[in-house]
Write a protein that binds this ligand. Structure first.
Ligand SMILES: Cc1cc2nc3c(=O)[nH]c(=O)nc-3n(C[C@H](O)[C@H](O)[C@H](O)COP(=O)(O)O)c2cc1C
Length: 352
């Protein structure tokens, strides 16, 4: 059975999980409009994720996706962290603030979070997806035994093979165009930076799993193109950031609607892992850090968030994590359900 038929989707669209930006209301609105909504639970704990799942279920009985981060556990390194804080010091000073004394690992990998696994086994959401890697074989078999459909992000053929070998049900093929964090399993390893078109085609031809195309898809024509490449559905993130249901603040929305949207850039400086963001003062720091490496993800994010808070308090919004993909200038401001209906109409027009 096709992915669309299995989940009775009216439109082959998954609203991307976007930790800190997508909301349960966005997910349920997308589900009710005929797409698949997602919750980004990567940056919360089991109690937070449980509350999100309950909120979605209060508004829809349709299939939705719960997304977890499965990064390699952060390695604390006091020397590297001190050097990073020293580098950021003058920026904090510009906003009359001091950098944090020490940096924390602000959230756990799903691989280290048995409470999250227990909660998922109890709540049994219809779909669970993984970003940055895969959990243990035991965790996967327990989730599968609860009838949960499993998906994982791949940015390369090697990652796709690992996903297939682990018995996952579908692959999210994330191209370099995509907004937010790149799902690469090993951020220190080589990255061929494959675009969505080449990656989707590679995975469709070289794996047996359904492939969900992600990266730079903003409208019905993009969805139709992804399906023409053999994708089972398209996963759209940036397209939903400007929806009223998103948690993006006013400055993020303004930046997305402004000229910066034409200049997205990949940076590891904000969180410690490569992610595509709207060009801003934070991403511009890349030009001035010769030889310096931010701490491990998500330790660096603790500093990044503190800097953003200090700057924002004085009206400087250029240090926010304003994630967006290369299609950002095509983002539309409309309720998520209207966006899903618009995507369906555009997609059908492409097929007419
Ligand atoms: C604001 C934002 C936050 C994101 N957060 C997550 C996340 O929590 N988990 C995840 O798997 N992907 C996340 N992504 C990546 C998306 O899953 C997807 O790969 C990407 O949005 C597709 O590219 P597009 O933004 O061009 O549509 C995020 C993307 C954005 C734009």
């Amino acid at each position: 059975m096709s992915f669309v038929d299995q989940f009775q989707l009216a439109v082959p669209v998954i609203q991307a999980p976007m930790a800190g930006v997508s909301t349960p209301l966005m997910a349920s609105s997308v589900c009710e409009a005929g797409g698949m909504g997602s919750i980004g639970a990567g940056a919360t704990d089991a109690a937070g994720a449980r509350a999100m799942i309950e909120e979605v279920r209060n508004h829809t009985s349709r299939a939705f996706n719960v997304n977890l981060f499965v990064h390699r556990s952060a390695q604390a390194d006091a020397k590297r962290e001190d050097a990073w804080l020293e580098f950021l010091g003058p920026l904090f000073a510009e906003f009359g603030a001091k950098p944090p004394e020490t940096l924390r690992t602000i959230y756990k990998s799903f691989a280290d979070d048995p409470e999250m696994l227990a909660m998922l086994l109890e709540m049994a959401p219809p779909v669970v997806s993984f970003h940055f890697g895969l959990p243990s074989a035991d965790a996967l078999s327990a989730l599968r035994a609860r009838g949960i459909y499993l998906m994982a992000t791949a940015t390369s053929l090697d990652e796709a093979h690992a996903i297939e070998a682990a018995g996952i049900d579908a692959i999210v093929a994330q191209g370099i165009e995509a907004g937010g964090h790149r799902g690469v399993f090993d951020p220190a390893g080589p990255d061929d930076a494959l675009g969505t078109m080449a990656l989707v085609r590679l995975l469709v031809r070289k794996s047996r799993l359904p492939v969900i195309a992600a990266g730079g898809i903003m409208d019905g024509a993009g969805i139709a193109a992804a399906l023409d490449l053999g994708a089972a559905a398209a996963q759209l993130g940036t397209a939903f950031v400007a929806c009223p249901e998103s948690a993006a603040d006013a400055a993020y929305r303004a930046a997305l609607a402004g000229s910066g949207a034409c200049h997205t850039t990949l940076t590891s400086l904000i969180s410690g892992r490569p992610a595509r963001a709207l060009a801003n003062r934070f991403t511009a720091l890349g030009d001035s850090i010769a030889g310096l490496r931010p701490p491990d993800y998500p330790i660096a994010y603790d500093a990044g968030k503190a800097l953003h808070i200090a700057a924002k308090a004085l009206g400087e919004h250029g240090f926010g994590a304003q994630w967006a993909g290369q299609g950002a200038p095509l983002a539309r401001t409309m309720p998520a359900a209207d966006l899903v209906r618009t995507l369906l109409e555009e997609f059908e027009n492409c097929r007419a």
